[in-house]
Design a protein around this ligand. Structure first.
Ligand code: GDG
Length: 494
């Protein structure tokens, strides 16, 4: 839990009205362990951040029940959580193997994920997957509508639910509906390859409020509306769209992190010696990379830059170690399997070329780290390498910065991550497509004079603190509530 709280107006609105959050991943999962049912808790990020809000609002969270004991723990899929202090309802949707294949792996992750990241080549917009995506969106919408009323605030998370707002709107027309899209929105030139693009945009325009991380994504979305829906009226000044009798407000609010919690987690002086020992990095200059294994994160590009760096700076051999933490993700999809092979091959290549009996240039950790280990690595790594080819925001960049309790590290940040808008000025900029410049940036970062290093990091920490998870939540919820005021006003004048 954090020390921070939501603003008064948002807090009282949430106490009075039903809040329903809809996301693909659930905040708590029930699983069998040695024949007993156990509950796992949210790890971090937005799921952990929303948990206290849901407790306060005593709301309902609708999500896919992916735990193997989820539907044993409650007959109708509804269970009160947290288990030790039941305060809100978790309402689970059951998905079959065929649902998962079509809705999750198929349309969400083979079509929308690559396209939204500007990548046409791996995208597959199969009409059969889309039908399953539509059916699952309808099911989530029905589960939501059953538990909502005309006064409810309904908040969808992410690209798994582009169509659900329209289905919910049909059932509870006056509810306030908002959505946060966690990944980029692409230029029309990219989206136009998708035969279902108009349906996606139509679904999203059933929201009263649609939120992206950055202005660029807002602009791209408005361009797509103009190109795809001739009946929609786009007002660029106010970033609103009038369509099918509803006005949708489109806004950019960059997601922040819980900085108080991060700073507490980074207090790892006691943990660090054992972690440093485990990876053989106690006396090394250390760079860290933390990513899900995803082709948008620029991991092979980063390893190429590390290889070039050792080619050009042989004096750094034995002295500098790169830690790559990345657990497997979506491995059922061929492009992810291929990525894993590329990463493994690149790590072996660099270690074979430059490693010695006493020292390994790249240490690869391929499991999910416990938080205390992750935050010890954040805190004590001299550099963090964030080299996304494209990224909605990239919370790792913010977590690394907030963990620099001694203002000591250097963030190398891709100009193609959403976080670059806020952090670009004081990070060392990298373009992951330029191996030589990336390798030079690593050397420059290691050699930064101490005063410059500290002043850059101190500025970055202030930036991350200045707009945290709770500021973001206030902005999103306040703006959603204001949509209702606007709606009432236009009814008055009608
Ligand atoms: C999507 C968008 C956007 C990673 N490894 C471990 C671990 N993590 C945690 C990090 C961080 C989270 O996972 C990853 O967040 P990112 O933001 O970097 O990336 P995505 O998963 O792609 O998230 C992204 C985000 O949504 C939010 O809107 O920023 O652009 O793609 O919190 O700490 N946590 C632990 N062990 C690990 O090994 N405990």
């Amino acid at each position: 839990m954090s020390d921070r709280e939501l603003s008064g107006p948002v807090s009282s609105a949430l106490a009075e009205r039903d809040l329903l959050v809809v996301s693909n991943r659930q905040p708590y999962a029930h699983n069998y362990e040695d024949g007993e049912i156990t509950v796992s808790r949210p790890a971090g990020g937005l799921t952990a951040g929303l948990d206290p809000v849901m407790r306060h609002a005593e709301g309902t969270w609708i999500a896919w029940g992916d735990g193997d004991a989820d539907f044993e723990a409650a007959d109708d899929g509804r269970v009160e959580v947290p288990p030790d202090d039941p305060s809100y309802t978790l309402s689970r949707v059951e998905l079959s193997e065929a649902d998962l294949e079509g809705y999750y792996y198929g349309y969400s992750n083979r079509a929308l994920w690559p396209l939204c990241h500007g990548m046409i080549f791996p995208a597959r917009c199969d009409g059969r997957d889309f039908e399953r995506y539509r059916a699952v969106n309808r099911r989530f919408a029905e589960t939501t509508a059953e538990q909502a009323n005309e006064e409810s605030l309904i908040w969808f998370q992410d690209y798994h639910f582009a169509l659900a707002p329209r289905f919910v709107r049909q059932e509870v027309p006056n509810a306030l509906v908002g959505q946060f899209w966690h990944i980029p929105w692409p230029a029309f030139e990219t989206l136009r390859v998708c035969p279902q693009a108009d349906s996606l945009v139509d679904g999203l325009l059933a929201n009263d409020l649609l939120v992206f991380h950055t202005e660029e994504y807002v602009e791209n979305f408005l361009d797509c509306v103009t190109a795809l829906l001739p009946d929609a009226t786009v007002d660029r000044e106010t970033a609103t769209v009038a369509y099918e009798g509803l006005e949708t407000t489109v806004r950019a609010f960059p997601l922040g992190i819980d900085t108080d919690r991060t700073e507490r987690l980074a207090d790892t002086e006691d943990v660090w010696p054992a972690v440093a020992e485990r990876y053989g990095i106690a006396d090394k200059t250390v760079a860290v990379g933390v990513d899900r294994l995803d082709y948008t994160k620029g991991i092979p590009e980063r390893l190429d830059a590390i290889e070039r760096f050792f080619e050009e700076h042989p004096d750094r051999r034995g002295e500098f170690t790169y830690i790559q933490n990345g657990s497997a993700s979506r491995s059922e999809i061929e492009s992810y399997e291929y990525l894993q092979q590329r990463v493994d091959a690149a790590v072996d290549r660099v270690n074979d070329r430059f490693g010695t009996d006493e020292w390994q240039p790249v240490v690869r950790i391929d499991r999910m780290l416990p938080e205390e280990e992750l935050y010890a690595l954040y805190r004590y790594s001299d550099l963090a390498l964030v080299s996304a080819l494209r990224d909605g925001m990239n919370l790792v960049a913010k977590e690394y910065v907030a963990s620099q309790l001694d203002d000591d590290g250097v963030l190398l940040l891709s100009e193609f991550a959403g976080a670059y808008e806020e952090l670009g000025e004081d990070a060392v900029t990298i373009n992951p497509y330029d191996t030589q410049a990336f390798a030079e940036a690593i050397e420059r970062a290691i050699s930064l004079p101490e005063p410059e290093r500290r002043s850059r990091m101190s500025a970055l920490r202030q930036e991350v603190r200045a707009y945290d998870l709770f500021d973001w939540m206030d902005d999103v919820l306040e703006t959603l509530l204001a949509c209702e005021t606007e709606r009432d006003r236009s009814t008055d004048y009608a």
